[in-house]
Design a binder for this molecule. Sequence first.
Ligand code: G4F
Length: 325
Amino acid sequence: MTGQDGSYLAELLVEKGYEVHGVVRRSSSFNRGRVEHLLEFGGHKVVDSGTLHLHYADLGDGSSLIRLLEKIEPDEIYNLAAQSHVAVSFEIPVYTADVVGLGTLKLLEAVRDLGLNSRIYQAGSSEMFGKVVEVPQSEKTPFYPRSPYAAAKAFAHWAAVNYREAYQLFVCNGILFNHESPRRGENFVTRKISLGVAAIKLGLQGKLQLGNLDAKRDWGYAKDYVEAMWMMLQQDQPDDYVIATGQTWSVREFCERAFRRVGLNWEDYVEVNPYYMRPTEVDILKGDPSKAQRKLGWQAKTSFDDLVNLMVDADLEYQKRTHRL
Ligand code: G4F
C-alpha cells in the first residue's frame, strides 16, 4: 500500500468513497510518506469521501493474511505486494519468489479457504514477456521470463488463471507495462534519471551512472494505470488485460528528453557503469493495449514527453525542498 501504485490506487478508491484497508510491512524506517495525506492521523487529510486504514501483514506470512481477510471480508482485493526490482531479484531470488510467487498463492488459498466472494486484482508484469517472441506483446503472447522476478510473476499469473478455472474465483491479471511517476522508487531507471537531472541542474551532482542505455520500454504514467486495475474488477467476468501505451522508447531517449527539459545535453553527464548491467536483460517491451481499450474503455492519457517532463519538474522541486535551495 505504501508504494507508488498502492498510493495512487488508494487515492482513486478513497475518492470513489471506498473504505480502503491497506497492508503495510514493518520496516525500521517509518514508510507512510506516499499515503500520509489520506490518513486521518497523518495530519492533513485532503481527500474526504472514503477512508483509509492501514494494517500490518505480509504475503510471506499466510496466517496474517487469513486473520485480516476474515476480519475485513473485502469486496475487492488488489495484490500489488512484491519485491519488485528486477536487478535486485538476481541477488535475492528465493525471497523474491517467496513474496511474488508463493505470496500470491497464499492469498488465493486464503480467499478460497475462507469462502470469500472477493474480486481479486493480480498485478502481473510485462517482464513476463522477457526475451520477447513477438512485438508488440498482447495477452496471447507466450511468456519467456528473464529474471527470478519475472519467473515468479509468471507463476503468480498462472496460479491466478488456475484458481479462476478450478474454483471460480473472480481473479483478473493485469499485465502492466512499466509505469512511472514522481512517486517511483529511486532505484528504477526513470526516477534515477529524473532525480539525477535535477541534482545536476542544481549543482548537487556531477555525473549520472547508468547501465544498459539500449533497453527499450513501454513507459506510461502510473496514475493512469491504477484506473485500469479498478476497471478490471468492475466487469461482469474476470479476464486478463495488457495495460500499456503501445509505444516504446530507449533508456537513452529518456535521458535525452530529461536533460533537454533543463537545457542540458545528456552526453555531457551520463556515464555507463557495467555494475548496473543485468545477467540477462529484457531488450524491448512494447504492449498491445487494444483489448483493454475495447473491453474496458481504457487508454493511456499521458504521452512519453509529458511523463518525462512531469517527473523532471517534480524532482527539481523535490531537490530544492530537500536541500533548502
Ligand atoms: O526501471 P527498471 O529497473 O525497470 P524494469 O526492470 O523494466 O522493471 C520495472 O517494470 C516492470 C514492468 O515491465 C515491473 F514489473 C517491475 O517491477 C519494475 O517496475 O529498468 C528499466 C531498464 C532495464 O532494461 C535496465 O537494465 O533500464 C535499464 N537500466 C539502465 N540503467 C537501468 C539502469 N535500470 C536501473 N534500475 N538502474 C540503472 O541504472
